[in-house]
Write a new protein. Structure first.
Lengths: 87, 702
């Protein structure tokens, strides 16, 4: 079948969301780790900031990323009528 | 549609009820055992009860979930609710290495060990938005299924089968090894017997019911492993801070550990011990340098000592010791070189001051210029390892396969969240356990009289000196930190005792480790058996096979693969931990690029994908073979390792080279070959939209 404009719009919004979340993921993981020695001097509630990020902070961000993606995509599915069920 | 929804809801409520009762029952069981322990139930019995009760339980679930239906057997009927699939994925994911080794690894490596924490969680972001929903929409049974459908034909599928087996087999060997280790430690049986006992435990889950049985046992195993992991750490946190939330309060303990490290680094007694190790390293180095003469001298000395003792009619124990020393003496100068070089390394390592736990990319080199270079190299390796583990997570077939089992695409997305959450509970806790345990060792053990050491120290020393050994090097009768040698597995295994908990909790921890290893082994065995039976046999050899025959073939293969893996494990091959991480690099370089491109780039062609998989894997293999010590030995690579290292990257991160090669090949070869046909393009559209009305294809296998 041929895709409609709406379909293409849905897909490009999905791509945008994916791109934004990938950038967040990349920053939290690699940019922060790259500057870990510099960030270690900052005190974060008793932890050196880079240690906290590596041990816990980044994990929380990952959870949020995955949650946001699932929620946003469900909304998009409904908005563009490509959701799976009518309930 | 709506009757489907309400039946799914009813199913969900039923599951919730079952597992709530199950969890309650398990807690009552542990409490009952604790009471029995107080009444005098011997320790070895507690081990037996835990072993047989939990394996019996998994077997019961396995038998109840037996099935002969294809969709039930391969994907649990595609009705596993998001949260339960999350728990099952958590158990599938967290292996013996995560459960037992992780906290200890962090203890030993400090900040640099966090690459594993981030790598093994952050990969789920990639799973969530690059793979899981699309694979679920595609909706068949295995990962090679997708490669076969998207890249037109059996060639891509076949390479997928080979790669899937390659990464899963090395991984499953390590799991069965872990099962054997825990079983033998819990009950005192021999290691080989433990391996085959564990194998029985693995088979009862997966043999009768395939994915369906594995899913429901994995949920049960997740509950046990997470309870077992959290209880001792929470207890330890209460002991130190009075607050039962170790994850939120260990920052203060980390500060105290850092203070203590400074004191111990400067302490004169500690320096004395470290100097002794430096001395020993220098002596060993001198012996290596004067080979083969030093070997001949040493041999003559050992022989004459034995002769002297015999002539003097010295006590039997002394004679025996001298005999043993002679028997253990290296057989050839080449053996001596190996053994003594190892001594140089281990003594040099032990002569170093304690590593600052919270400092990223630490280097102890006094020369600031060299220290800077060492730090940069460590940082590079940290980033490379994190990257490989993440991408590898998003490419391991036994994990991706789990997202075929949810009822809808949307539940697949939610299910990634629940998977990550279930894994997060353990990984979020592991760094706090490492710090709390370190604090205890630094304050309670270091500085104590040897006579006053707690009982568990001697007990573990007896179990296996590689796990824990404390020897009075400078003969002052007091424990110095430098006198303690610790293996990484001890941290989790001994935490209940460090925290002063009853033995029943130690049994619980062992049962948790067993659950972690069994559940991962189940998922991996199923992946291998399915790749062989579904992709190779049904799709490529005999597409007309009846349902009955397909399931029978699958079960027979499962049995064969399991026995093969157990046989390899029983040999205890060298460097098993390396092989586990090799699975990640291999998965990352073989699967990630073709899978993601399959969804996101319509232009990707069959030959592009084939070239990417072969090229990616070859580069990764090449790098590992030329740089990893054990593989170098196997393939007889003789030139020094520095000739082969690229940018100083460790072999554990070999995937960092395989992946870009795969990507480049995919792009170049795809652009050189004709555009994929219309049918393939429509398949891509089909997987991109959860519900594409009027789209003529249905890939859903039932």
């Amino acid at each position: 079948m041929r895709l409609t404009e709406r379909h293409n719009e849905y897909w490009s919004r999905n791509l945008n969301l994916t791109l934004v979340l990938t950038i967040v993921w990349f920053t939290v993981t690699f940019v922060m780790s790259f500057f870990a020695r510099e960030l270690a001097t900052i005190n974060f509630f008793g932890w050196p900031l880079s240690f906290y990020l590596g041990a816990q902070g980044s994990l929380i961000v990952y959870l949020i990323i995955v949650w946001v993606y699932a929620r946003k995509m469900d909304q998009l599915d409904h908005e563009y009528g490509v959701n799976e069920r009518v309930d | 549609m709506s009757s489907q929804v309400s039946s799914n809801r009813a199913f969900f409520n039923q599951l919730k009820k079952y597992y709530t009762w199950y969890t309650g029952g398990f807690i009552v069981f542990v409490i009952a055992l604790a009471v029995l322990e107080q009444l005098g139930l011997p320790r070895v019995w507690i081990g037996y009860v835990f072993l047989f009760a939990t394996i019996g339980l998994y077997a019961g679930i396995g038998i109840m979930a037996r099935t002969a239906d294809i969709a039930e057997y391969y994907v649990a009927g595609r009705r596993v609710p998001a949260i339960f699939n999350g728990m099952a994925t958590g158990a599938d994911w967290m292996s013996a290495a995560s459960f037992i080794g992780m906290a200890g690894g962090l203890y030993l490596q400090g900040f640099d060990g966090l690459a594993f924490i981030m790598g093994w969680t952050g990969g789920y972001c990639l799973v969530a938005f690059l793979l899981a929903p699309y694979l679920r929409k595609f909706g068949q049974f295995t990962i090679p299924d997708f490669l076969g459908a998207r890249y037109g034909g059996n060639l891509a599928r076949f390479i997928g089968v080979v790669a899937a087996i390659m990464c899963s087999f090395v991984y499953v060997v390590a799991q069965i090894y872990g099962v054997g280790l825990i079983t033998s430690r819990m009950t005192g049986v021999e290691f080989t017997v433990g391996v085959f006992l564990g194998l029985a435990g693995i088979l009862v889950c997966s043999f009768l019911g395939g994915m369906r049985a594995v899913t429901w046992t994995q949920v049960a195993q997740y509950i046990i492993l997470i309870i077992a992991y959290l209880i001792p750490v929470v207890w330890l946190a209460v002991k130190h801070t009075g607050i039962p939330l170790p994850q939120f309060v260990y920052g203060a303990v980390l500060a105290k550990v850092t203070e203590r490290e400074k004191v111990l680094t400067a302490d004169p007694k500690e320096r004395e011990v470290r100097d002794i190790f430096r001395q020993r390293a220098a002596e060993a180095k001198a012996r290596v340098d004067t080979l083969p003469k030093s070997w001949e001298d040493g041999k003559a000395a050992a022989e004459s000592r034995l002769a002297d003792l015999r002539a003097a009619n010295a006590p039997m124990t002394e004679q025996k010791a001298a005999e043993k020393a002679l028997a253990d003496y290296p057989k050839t100068p080449a053996d001596a070189r190996k053994a003594w070089t190892a001594q140089v390394e281990s003594n040099t390592a032990r002569s170093a001051p304690p590593m600052p736990h919270g400092e990223p990319f630490y280097s102890g080199n006094p020369d600031p210029k060299k220290a800077g270079a060492e730090r940069d190299l460590k940082r590079l390796n940290f980033l490379a390892l994190t990257f490989c583990l993440m991408v590898g997570t998003a490419a391991l077939p036994h994990i991706l396969m789990r997202y075929y089992t949810t009822p809808t695409v949307n539940e697949a997305r939610q299910s990634v969240f629940w998977s990550l959450f279930c894994i997060f509970l353990l990984y979020f806790t592991a760094p706090s356990l490492a710090v709390l345990a370190k604090f205890d060792i630094y304050t309670l053990i270091v500085g104590k009289n040897f006579a006053e050491l707690p009982g568990w120290v001697a007990a573990w020393q007896k179990v296996d000196p590689r796990l824990l050994s404390i020897t009075d090097i400078n003969k002052d009768g007091i424990v110095q930190l430098a006198e303690i040698a610790i293996g990484q597995d001890i941290i989790v295994l001994a935490t209940p005792e460090i925290a002063g908990l009853p033995y029943v909790i130690s049994g619980l921890v062992a049962a948790g480790g067993l659950a972690a290893a069994l559940s991962t082994a189940d998922g991996l065995l199923l992946t291998i058996a399915n790749a062989l039976s579904h992709d190779l046999y049904y799709k490529m050899i005999d597409p007309n096979a009846s349902t009955h025959k397909r399931i029978t073939v699958s079960k027979v293969l499962l049995l064969v693969v399991a026995i093969l893996a157990a046989t390899v494990s029983a040999q205890a091959p060298a460097d098993i931990l390396f092989l586990v991480s090799a699975a990640f690099s291999l998965g990352a370089s073989a699967f990630f690029v073709p899978l993601v491109a399959g969804v996101f780039w319509k232009r990707a062609t069959k030959w592009g994908a084939v070239a990417a998989m072969i090229g990616g894997m070859s580069v990764t293999w090449y790098y590992m073979i030329t740089t990893q010590p054990w593989l170098r030995g196997v393939f007889n690579v003789t030139r020094p390792v520095s000739d082969y290292l690229w940018f100083g990257i460790q072999p554990i991160s070999a995937g960092i080279f395989g992946l870009p090669v795969a990507l480049a090949l995919l792009i170049i070869v795809s652009l050189l070959t004709p555009v994929p046909d219309r049918q393939t393009q429509e398949l891509v559209d089909h997987v991109r939209f959860p519900n594409l009305k009027g789209d003529g294809i249905s890939t859903l296998s039932t």
